[in-house]
Design a protein around this ligand. Structure first.
Ligand SMILES: O=C(O)CCC(=O)C(=O)O
Ligand SMILES: [Fe+2]
Length: 159
């Protein structure tokens, strides 16, 4: 995990990705134009069978969160958050995935969360050795890496 002044090259790379043709709407302008765009990156490595339980990212993080998926694919599930889950972080009971919206993440995919997807939905990855895709059926998991970029809310702001 890396806090503080992010590597300039990484920030420039993410900025050019987010403003490249087809991705201009990934995040609203008031987010992409802020300074700094992000001040924190977390690198997650998932082995087959490992996931992340349903959560809303902590309130200490500002709106506008970007995830870069690398190495292999996975399914991320977005489910409506219950009132106590909203920006309450990781200490929440898992929600049922039955109403979840499945988002396939392939290597190189950029996931942008802001507004309702950031504050009103949990996101999770099941602890499974495989995913079941609507069209393609069973897909075995392989090791996956993600880079999540966030900005801390300014200390003076209420969270
Ligand atoms: O691995 C991912 O793509 C998601 C990571 C995540 O949700 C988090 O670190 O809060
Ligand atoms: Fe998250």
């Amino acid at each position: 995990m890396r806090f503080g002044n992010l590597n300039r090259e990484l920030l420039d790379l993410v900025y050019s990705i987010l403003t490249s043709p087809g991705l201009e709407d990934c995040l609203p302008f008031d987010i992409t134009s802020r300074q700094p765009l992000f001040d924190q990156a977390i690198y997650n490595i998932y082995l087959p069978g490992e996931g992340i339980k349903p959560h809303v990212d902590l309130a200490v993080f500002d709106d506008g969160i970007v995830g870069i998926s690398l190495v292999s694919s996975t399914l991320m599930i977005f489910s409506p958050a219950s009132p106590d889950q909203m920006v309450s972080g990781y200490d929440v009971e898992p929600t049922s995935n039955s109403e979840g919206i499945e988002v396939n993440l392939d290597p190189g995919d950029i996931l942008c969360m802001y507004g309702p997807s950031r504050y009103l939905f949990t996101h999770s990855i099941s602890n499974s050795m495989f995913d079941i895709l609507p069209e393609a059926g069973l897909r075995q998991r392989s090791p996956r890496i993600s880079i999540t970029l966030r900005r801390m809310v300014a200390p003076s702001e209420d969270v």
